[in-house]
Design a protein around this ligand. Structure first.
Ligand code: SIN
Length: 271
């Protein structure tokens, strides 16, 4: 059976039907999903009943699975699983600030696959995804050219300030310097690669210049016309390409519960 693809916006996002992610994927199915991810940057699936092992197997078709250095390992036999959980006792939630996952790593993840099991009872808890191809394309040629000469520091200490739990005493704080404009290793397209969650400064500029330019770029990246918004149902799956999008999880449902598991696929050094 061939998969069906329904785009969510002309710029970013598509919903994929006609596939059971729990089953072993044929090479043809794998190629079709991979191509849909490259074409649409984030892809969504409904009614997927995957076990944790099947979720990991699906992710592992796309690359080695990442183990988050600081997130609690809630499933001891599955350190690759990141639990996404909010409820009446939560003080913060994961991903509330716009970010590209773990961009503070020297080799940030290529993609992430989130399987939501429980959604808030009165709605809410949508996730927003913004196309960093569109953000790059909308910049003036002069700004594209200046940014092409600059790098930015991504520091996990910044994300620790808005983490969903307080940092553990032995917590590591990875940081890395990446080009502000990266070239996607598979599509060859250029993408803006700074985000409010992790990016702290542009070392080639003065502090004032760096603060002003980064704030302009964060706001630009979050422009609504670069964004698609996904409404979750139980057993929905989102698979996003961290090299081409950034995202934000809306926490508009306190004190209701929302729960799911994420696997993250290792990536390479941005260039
Ligand atoms: C995240 O992976 O950043 C969280 C996304 C979400 O909960 O929708």
């Amino acid at each position: 059976m061939t998969i069906q693809i329904r785009t969510l916006t002309p710029t970013i996002g598509a919903e994929i039907g006609g596939i059971d992610l729990a089953g072993p994927l044929s090479n043809q199915q794998f190629d079709a999903i991979h191509q849909a991810l490259l074409d649409h940057q984030v892809i969504f699936f409904r009614d997927q009943r995957m076990t944790v092992a099947q979720h990991k197997d699906f992710g592992a078709r796309f690359g080695k699975l990442h183990i988050h250095p600081n997130a609690p390992k809630t499933l001891p036999d599955h350190p690759e699983i990141l639990t996404i959980k909010a409820g009446p006792d939560s003080k913060r939630v994961a991903g509330e600030v716009w970010h590209s996952d773990v961009s503070c790593d020297v080799e940030p993840p290529m993609g992430s696959i989130l399987h939501i099991h429980e959604v808030p009872e009165n709605g809410g808890g949508d996730t927003m995804f913004a196309s960093m191809y569109a953000a790059y394309d909308a910049l003036s040629p002069a700004m594209q050219s200046i940014l092409g000469t600059l790098t930015a520091v991504h520091d996990s200490r910044k994300s620790a300030n808005h983490q969903y739990r307080d940092p553990a005493p032995d917590q590591q704080f990875p940081h890395a310097e990446h080009p502000i404009i990266r070239t996607h290793p598979e599509t060859g397209r250029r993408a803006l690669f700074v985000n409010r969650g992790f990016t702290t400064r542009i070392p080639q500029l003065t502090q004032t210049e760096s603060d002003a330019l980064l704030e302009m770029l964060f706001r630009h990246a979050e422009t609504p016309k670069f964004v698609c918004r996904f409404k979750w149902q139980p057993n929905s799956v989102a698979f996003w390409d961290n090299r081409a999008v950034q995202h934000q999880a809306l926490w508009d449902y306190f004190p209701q519960r929302r729960f799911g598991y994420r696997v993250t696929i290792c990536g390479d050094r941005p260039r």
